[in-house]
Ligand binder design. Structure first.
Ligand code: PLP
Length: 530
């Protein structure tokens, strides 16, 4: 009988075991079936070959300080990219051989490991940071939320005018009003002094903002504002995995936080937690430029109230009420015992829907890659910090022409040591930098765009602060025209967001940068900007 799996495939003359693999039985007993030990041996052989291949083929993707990394020999310096070794490739191939495909054991393990790293109740994998933002905001609209706090169409959500569009898009996609405060040009973060003006009693329900380029926003001020008016906080932590924020213990406790995130400790009088572990929900992106990658991917972190997880999971998984992981049935123990909506009693829980959902799951293979990356995360975070310090020290001579960022609450940096002076708020931030933000002062010899262009021509990748002032983007201009009630700006002129749009640029800090790359980057910058 013909084998449809083999039809159309090229015939492999020899399977490496000395037998013709495309025709005829593979094994002595004529069945073509390997015994369990034979399968394990074959898998081990494939994985050993995979490691050998990846080690040689991908030397240029190893961490910048890895002695086995291919030396930099000139050429393009991307602003970010995948950093991986043979372990990630092996994990991907092993997962492919297991062929579970949809989210499964690797996904479960990744979710638990990420939650343990951050010190949050749980994490939910999704297929991108944008999906994570969509799930997080949509969760607050769920009929399962306390009616007093539930978001409804027309309710207002405060956000920042500068940044990435999919931090804001879910607000509008859910029929809520996006209320924009300006950005601080020094950090790219929202201006907390505009929050009170943004608040409308009975209308404002949530704040949803990003930690810009790994620099935490002023969590002390934002959390105090949210507590004062009983508002939800969604932290878009897509660009800030590994950044942390600390405050005096008394202040943290008054905001509802007594515990440090695992591994963070600033003494008994302070509480230190990772960004993404302060709001109600937070989000991650695992797209390649981010702090860890699985190709595409993202996560929603449920910080304290585990009931939100069920809602997020339902939204991710078609809107279903059932929470069984794929491949498992009847986790609730009463699959045919529910009576919900107007469905007949005992209707299969698998097909009962409590939300208008999506399908936003990634593959288990992605999670397998992510788990290896998660083990590298502490090293990645340190490399990002060290690259930022290196750039800051080396670019100091450009201080007249270029404005440099400081971590939120820092008032100055010693460029030699990288030590910061702090403001009197008692709060501090420790950045896991996504990029090195600089603002080209307008009266210098080169504009920001000229500088970006010249660096690009010389092979040095840079990026602008994503969408700049989002309100000037074509899509928001169209919204302002077609649905003016969907957007509210707290100030007439978004001068901070405009300044970032016109003058800001960021260089990479990703862990794949080597010292030779940083040196070349700085040499070119000094040359172009002087
Ligand atoms: C702040 C922020 N939020 C969300 C996203 C979206 O993440 P993704 O590309 O995984 O959809 C990005 C993308 O880089 C981002 O920078």
């Amino acid at each position: 009988m013909s084998n449809p799996c083999r039809e159309g495939l090229p015939v492999v003359a020899n399977d490496g075991l000395g037998r013709d693999s495309a025709s005829g039985p593979l094994f002595e007993d004529g069945s073509g079936q390997l015994s369990a030990p034979e399968l394990a041996a074959l898998k081990a052989e494939i994985l050993a070959l995979t490691r050998r291949y990846a080690r040689s083929a991908h030397r240029g993707f190893r961490p910048g300080d890895d002695p086995d990394r291919a030396p930099y020999s000139g050429g393009a310096i991307p602003y970010a990219g995948r950093v991986f070794c043979e372990d990630e490739v092996e994990a991907a191939v092993a997962s492919s051989l297991d062929f579970w495909l949809t989210l499964g054991p690797e996904g479960d393990a990744f979710e638990q490991e990420l939650a343990a790293f951050l010190g949050v109740r749980s994490c939910l994998l999704v297929n991108s940071g944008s999906s994570a933002n969509l799930v997080a905001l949509s969760a607050l609209m769920s009929p399962l939320i306390d009616p007093k706090r539930r978001l409804r169409p027309g309710d207002e959500v405060i956000t920042c005018a500068a940044g990435f569009p999919t931090t804001v898009a879910p607000i509008l996609q859910n029929g809520c009003v996006a209320v924009f405060v300006d950005a601080d040009p020094g950090t790219g973060n929202l201006r907390v002094d505009q929050l009170e003006a943004a608040y409308r009693p009975g209308k404002t329900k949530a704040v949803m903002v990003a930690h810009a380029l790994g620099n935490p926003f002023d969590l002390g001020a934002v959390l105090a504002f949210c507590r004062k008016y009983d508002l939800w906080l969604i932290e878009d932590n897509c660009d800030a995995l590994g950044s942390s924020y600390s405050m005096p213990r008394a202040m943290a406790e008054s905001l509802g936080f007594g515990d440090n995130s695992p591994g963070l400790d600033e003494g008994p009088d302070r509480v230190a937690r990772y960004t993404g572990a302060w709001g109600d929900l937070s989000t991650q992106s695992f797209y390649p430029p981010h702090h860890l990658t699985m190709g595409e991917g993202g996560a929603v972190n449920v910080v304290r109230d585990q009931r939100l997880r069920r809602i997020c999971e339902s939204l991710r998984d078609w809107g279903r009420d059932c929470w069984c992981p794929s491949g498992r049935d009847n986790s609730c123990g009463k699959r045919y015992g529910w009576s919900l909506g107007e469905l007949p009693e005992g209707y299969d829980h698998k097909y009962i829907y409590s939300h208008l959902g999506y399908n936003l799951k990634p593959l288990d293979l992605q999670a397998a890659i992510g788990r290896v990356q998660l083990r590298r995360l502490p090293g990645f975070i340190e490399a990002r910090r060290s690259n930022w310090r290196w750039l800051r020290r080396a670019l100091e001579p450009l201080g007249q022409r270029i404005g440099f960022s400081l971590p939120t609450h820092a008032t100055a940096v010693n460029p030699e040591t990288g030590d910061f002076a702090w403001d009197g708020s008692g709060c501090r931030s420790n950045c896991s930098w996504f990029g090195f933000l600089l603002r080209v002062k307008p009266d210098g010899p080169l504009s920001r765009s000229d500088l970006a262009h010249r660096l690009e021509q010389a092979g040095v990748g840079t990026r602008m602060l994503f969408g700049g002032n989002l309100l000037r983007q074509p899509v928001f201009q169209a919204l302002l025209r077609d649905q003016p009630a969907a957007i509210r700006s707290v100030v007439a002129e978004m001068s901070g967001a405009d300044g970032l749009m016109e003058q800001a640029l960021f260089l990479g800090t990703y862990p794949g940068l080597t010292e030779a790359m940083l040196q070349r980057e700085v040499k070119l910058l000094l040359e172009f900007a002087s």
